[in-house]
Design a protein. Sequence first.
Length: 135
Amino acid sequence: MKVIHIIIILVLALIIAVVVTTLSDSGTYSTFAEAAQNPGRELHIIGTLDRSKPIDYDVLKNANQFSFFMVDGNGDKKKVVYNNSKPQDFEKSEKVVVIGSMNGDQFVATSLLLKCPSKYKDEKPSKFSEKKFGI
């Protein structure tokens, strides 16, 4: 075998390895149950803020940590700890995506993505007046 054939085979193997790795890490959102089964693995979990539980954020105590409770798509509630400052208008978010891993019984997020409520509501506009304009 020539050296060029060996190099081509190695390059193809590297490309296949990169594609397989990329496809296995991307795609779908996980749940807290899956995160509990895979501690230490970084996952994306989408859910909603549990408004019945308090948000723990004390600027004087630690400005770079806050925690909240989130409900995932299966209805599981978990405490989420985020080691960064609280995003502005966090309480108004409709959906929250946390990126991180399970640590014991809580989810430690390294990143947060928020879906803010739409300023466009599904309300119908008030009825127009019955004026008719001649053309």
